[in-house]
Ligand binder design. Structure first.
Ligand SMILES: O=P(O)(O)O[C@H]1O[C@H](CO)[C@@H](O)[C@H]1O
Ligand SMILES: Nc1nc2[nH]cnc2c(=O)[nH]1
Length: 295
């Protein structure tokens, strides 16, 4: 992991102590100094959903390795580009690829881009992800708006807000009962209705991965009221909300979570990517309309 160490500083520190305001500002200034646009909307593309980045027009593309102190994307279906341009004539900044704990990154590092967005002046963060469908009425390919999360990693020292708190980012003790903004979900529902695209809404749970869940874990989550399971998004939503940004999060149900002990089915990443690719255009159309409605 030597690429994660810049001089004597460990940017993969578990607590946020290394991600000082000045350090994050340095990254945000680096980006702002290279573009004229000042996006108020940030989009994170989940597994297999990076095609949204290709829809951005007049795009300036920054491969993650060019950005100071930025991690690298290592997962299939995550290209590793930061794109700034216009979607439906609206300035946006788009992450074509996100960071996950299972890549060896701390949650503080995985969520660093949210702090960068905050200092760039972003007001709304739109997160997308691939997830396994636990709700038995969901079908593979369904699109689910996230209304809440259950994220056991965030109950541990892997909570990205642990360490020194700089009030310029957000409060020491942020409330978490309204992370996923209802007014944004309502706007998104309205767009889906007009386009006659069926939309689900539910609770997302995320684990560190890279393994998928056991049958008993999934059954326990079902009892808790969880509808979909993934390995990302909740950490980003937490930090974006802590930073005072509005969050809309969308999970694409790419596979059915297996809750039958005797089933021969099992989740695999190729299926996740294949479903994401198949449903990408509907999701893109919804997002493209959404950005112009909330700008
Ligand atoms: O959450 P995203 O990055 O969309 O992808 C999900 O799909 C991958 C597993 O197939 C994991 O990365 C999981 O988090
Ligand atoms: N944890 C988890 N992540 C996923 N990402 C896509 N599908 C799944 C799944 O079934 N479980």
């Amino acid at each position: 992991m030597s690429s994660l160490f810049v001089s004597h500083i460990n940017i993969n520190a578990i607590t946020n102590n290394e991600f000082t305001y000045d350090r994050v500002k340095n990254i945000s200034d680096w980006i702002l100094n290279r573009v004229d646009l000042r996006p108020k909307i940030a989009i994170v593309c989940g597994s297999g959903l990076g095609g949204l980045g290709e829809r951005v027009q007049d795009a300036r593309i920054f491969p993650y390795e060019e950005i100071p102190d930025f991690p690298r994307s290592t997962v299939v279906g995550h290209k590793g580009n930061l794109i700034i341009g216009k979607l439906n004539h609206i300035p946006v900044i788009c992450m074509q690829g996100r960071f996950h704990s299972y890549e060896g990154y701390s949650n503080a590092l995985c969520t660093l881009p949210m702090k960068v967005f905050k200092l760039m002046g972003v007001q709304t963060v739109l997160l997308t992800c691939a997830a396994g469908g636990l709700n038995q009425s969901f079908k593979v390919g369904d699109i689910m708006l996230i209304k809440d999360h259950v994220a056991p990693l965030l109950w541990t020292l892997q909570n990205p807000l642990i360490g020194h708190n700089d009030e310029r980012f957000g409060p020491r003790f942020p409330a978490c009962n309204k992370i996923y903004k209802k007014n944004l979900r309502d706007v998104f529902h309205g767009i889906a209705e007009k386009k006659q695209i069926e939309l689900q809404e539910g609770v997302y749970s995320s684990f560190g991965g890279p393994c998928y869940e056991t049958v008993t874990e999934l059954r326990a989550l079902l009892q808790m009221g969880v509808d979909a399971v993934g390995m990302s998004t909740a950490n980003e939503a937490l930090v974006a909300s802590y930073c005072g940004m509005n969050v809309l999060a969308i999970a694409l149900i790419t596979n059915k979570a297996v809750i039958d002990y005797d089933s021969e089915n099992f989740p695999f990443h190729e299926e996740v990517i294949e479903t994401a690719n198949r449903r990408a255009s509907d999701l893109q159309e919804l997002v493209i309309d959404f950005v112009s409605k909330i700008n």
